[in-house]
Design a protein around this ligand. Sequence first.
Ligand code: GLP
Length: 235
Amino acid sequence: MKIIIVKDSQQGGKAAFNIFAAALKKGARVFGLATGSTPLTTYQELVNSDLDFAQAISINLDEYVGLKADDPRSYHAYMQKKLFNFKKFKHSFLPQGDAADEQVEIERYNQVLTAHPIDLQLLGIGQNGHIGFNEPGSSFAEKTRKVALTNSTIEANSRFFENAAEVPRFAYSMGIGSILQAKQILLEAFGTNKAVAVAKMIQGPVTTACPASALQEHPNVTVILDQAAAVNLKN
Ligand code: GLP
């Protein structure tokens, strides 16, 4: 793992932008994208740039089960608002939260991933070490599936909803196995509330108790941290 420590999330966004720009220049055409607060500075840098994604495909990690694409709390809506309204991709894939048949939707998404192997996958990390919505205990071999959110994730994500009771209990998520298929992975973490998970991810044992520790086994991972998120790292 390559670790880059920056002053704050603004600098983190610039460092991540450089990795996107270099990948695009080298021919990357399939970008795995993430939601949450963490990638916002990266998306802002992409929006403000002249990088051209018109020939590129984006594939998002996850979506809440039950939310329609036009629900303002959906990850579809987040991506539109933060990136796609400003940067056009040739095609953007997300799981469809309100799909009529869950198994068909899961199969569809796995076929999307098979047809479009990801060149660069952007990730955040949950306070409990989750990546995508792969909560502790998730197998490292899993592909896309429906996952139950833990109480700590529901609580952490309730800030985007009226209250915790409104947060969907399930999500579709690319599995850790799908994530590890990406040729290159870029994980960002900012703030002290990520420091424990970050130390476990980088310096802890590789264990399903910390889903992000699976990244230790991938050959091309860059981690961008601000100083607060890096505070528990030894050396
Ligand atoms: C969410 C998302 C993840 C994200 C993580 C951290 O639940 N499913 O993809 O990386 O939690 O979110 P944030 O960046 O808002 O801290």
